[in-house]
Design a protein around this ligand. Structure first.
Ligand code: ADP
Length: 600
């Protein structure tokens, strides 16, 4: 259906109504006026008839036809009225406008018939001679109660057609002016209705475009004002709701994006609905490229596809673990759950991906550690058990053998003691280091190094190994003296242990690039290159038998590593087989308070 603007629907309607009203009013007024005019004209004609009756009475009585004719002509001319004198037989005796001889008998005319009875005769009809509408009044002239003649006056009747024809131009111009005026007024009236509607329409369009801050202006009419107010309040509510929804979405997006776990949502056709940054990193894909694409296109991992298919088919949560090889080896635990809409229809599934690589590594390390500890404990215990059984089986009687066995038992017990001692130290450093329970104080390291050298001096002396200490003065670090001393002692202990007799061990402390470096250098057996990366691991030993023989627990360097980590430092090792090794501790140098004040 062809739609027209409201203004072009209202405008013709207004025009029609206005012109209709004008026309009806005009017709009514003209009819009333016409009636009034006609009755006045008739009254006027009657007066003239009576007047002429008086004026012509004498010439009629005298019977001079010519004089009567000329008198009629005079009166007719002077009054612009047709004057006719008719005898009782209906014959015309005199007429102001025509020759009486030529006129037919008038007895049949209604006004004549009425006047012949002695009354006033009136008629409003078409003239037989002119064919035009004409008003007639006939007055009887009586003598001794007998009608002797009639004086009839006639006047052409007023007609619209005549009026229209006479004033065609003025009426035409007037009509056009009225139509123009009505058109202008109709247009103005239609605009008055459509303008506020148009402004509301434009406002509604602005709302539809999302410009919800703009407000609609109220108009003069109550209805339009209410409508504008309702639309404004609707826009305010919509704006608030959209803002709230946007905030909520942004918060969710932020949570979603900053989640450590990967999140992947797919629809029932395995198209990616959403994926977060962590999941993108796991599969090394760009988020923009992945969104809306098929899982098969974006991620080439058969295990993941299988898992997603299983989750889509299942009605409950699913779990699995997969290994990703790109960009690096990653163990990922998958938790899948079906996605449903408000009508509880299945619309896809969501998969949460936990990177369990570290967890798995820690778990493996824990398993290794338990196995190692068990193994380390089992060896001396088995040995002790064996010797005790031998002693109980009769070796006690052999004093020399018993003494030897008991000495071995003592050694194994000491080994157990050392092992447990080291385990306790390690767990204390680890636990308290993690909890931040180890107190660090600013201080020098000279005294700590001297104490460590002193403690290890006894064993070094027994092996004829010299420990030489050379430390730069005023080296200060934030340290826990007891723990730092243990770490240096462990390094010195190893240096002495793995050095041949008669060699020197150098302990140095110096300032290197803002760090304090404590190094223990020996001229011992050294370590093969391939062992160096793992040397600080728990129970890692280059030569197990030799370490055990020398009373090593395999935990010394692990303790050093953890102590140094607690101090915010690092460990390093350099070694050349058969030449010697250098173990170093790098600690951040602390600036003394006095110096800090000077700087300020
Ligand atoms: P252990 O109690 O066996 O000495 P550590 O953790 O202290 O355990 O040392 C681990 C291993 O590193 C040792 O078994 C040894 O093989 C090697 N090692 C440590 N220090 C030295 C050194 N100064 N020279 C040669 N090898 C060393």
């Amino acid at each position: 259906m062809a739609r027209r603007p409201l203004i072009w629907q209202l405008f013709p309607l207004f025009m029609l109504v206005s012109l209709g009203c004008l026309l009806s009013a005009g017709i009514y007024a003209s009819q009333t006026l016409k009636r009034a005019y006609l009755s006045r004209s008739m009254a006027d004609l009657e007066s003239r008839a009576r007047l002429f009756h008086e004026l012509l009475a004498e010439p009629i009585r005298q019977g001079d036809r010519d004089a009567l004719q000329s008198r009629c002509a005079e009166l007719g001319k002077a009054s612009a009225t047709r004057v006719t004198v008719i005898d009782p037989a209906g014959a015309v005796i005199a007429d102001s406008d025509a020759d009486p001889e030529t006129l037919e008998n008038h007895k049949g005319r209604p006004e004549v018939r009425a006047a012949l009875t002695g009354e006033l005769g009136m008629s409003d009809r078409y003239s037989v001679s002119t064919g035009k509408p004409t008003m007639y009044v006939a007055v009887p002239l009586t003598e001794n109660g007998k009608v002797v003649a009639l004086v009839r006056v006639a006047l052409p009747k007023f007609t619209y057609r005549g009026l229209l024809v006479d004033n065609a131009v003025q009426i035409g111009v007037g009509f056009l002016l009225v139509v123009g005026l009505v058109a202008l007024l109709s247009l103005a009236a239609a605009r008055r209705i459509t303008d506020p509607i148009e402004s509301l329409r434009q406002g509604a369009e602005r709302f539809a475009r999302g410009e919800l801050v703009a407000r609609l202006r109220s108009s003069d009419s109550t209805e339009m004002t209410h409508l504008a107010d309702a639309m404004n309040s609707m826009a305010t509510q919509l704006d608030e709701r959209i803002r709230a929804a946007e905030n909520q979405r942004n918060e969710l997006e932020a949570v979603f994006a900053s989640m450590v776990e990967g999140v992947l949502a797919v629809d029932t056709n395995e198209r990616i609905i959403n994926i977060n940054t962590a999941a993108c990193a796991m599969f090394d894909v760009a988020r923009e490229r992945a969104l809306g694409r098929s899982l098969h296109e974006v991620m080439r991992n058969a295990e993941l596809h299988e898992f997603v298919e299983t989750t889509l088919r299942s009605r409950g949560p699913c779990e699995a673990e997969i290994v990703l090889l790109h960009p690096g080896e990653q163990h990922v635990r998958l938790h899948g759950a079906p996605l449903t809409d408000a009508a509880r229809r299945n619309i896809g599934c969501v998969v949460v991906l936990h990177d369990v690589t570290t967890l798995n590594r820690l778990e493996a390390a824990r398993r290794d550690f338990v196995a190692n500890v068990s193994h380390e404990l089992k060896t001396p215990i088995t040995s002790i058990k064996g010797y005790v059984e031998t002693l109980l089986d009769g070796a006690l009687e052999d004093h020399d053998a018993a003494r030897r066995f008991l000495a071995t038992i003592g050694k194994q017990a000491a080994r157990l003691d050392a092992l447990i001692e080291d385990l306790l130290k390690l767990s204390r450093v680890e636990q308290e280091g993690d909890r931040g329970g180890i107190e660090l104080h600013d201080g020098t390291i000279q005294d700590i190094l001297e104490l460590a050298v002193q403690t290890c001096g006894v064993r070094a002396l027994a092996k004829d190994v010299r420990i030489l200490l050379k430390a730069e003065p005023d080296l200060r670090v934030r340290r826990n003296p007891e723990l730092l001393q243990t770490a240096v002692e462990n390094l010195l202990d190893n240096a002495v242990k793995y050095s041949p007799e008669g060699t020197d061990v150098h302990v140095t402390a110096s300032r290197v690039n803002g760090s304090v470096v404590i190094s223990v250098h020996d001229q011992g057996c050294g370590i093969e290159r391939q062992h160096l990366p793992r040397i600080f691991e728990r129970f890692y030993r280059v030569d197990k038998a030799r370490s055990r023989k020398l009373g090593g627990t395999g935990l010394g360097l692990a303790i050093v590593k953890h102590v140094v980590r607690v101090h915010g430092g690092q460990t390093s090792v350099e070694s050349v087989p058969q030449k010697g090794s250098t173990f170093s501790i790098h600690l951040p140098e602390s600036i003394p308070v006095r110096q800090q004040l000077n700087v300020v």
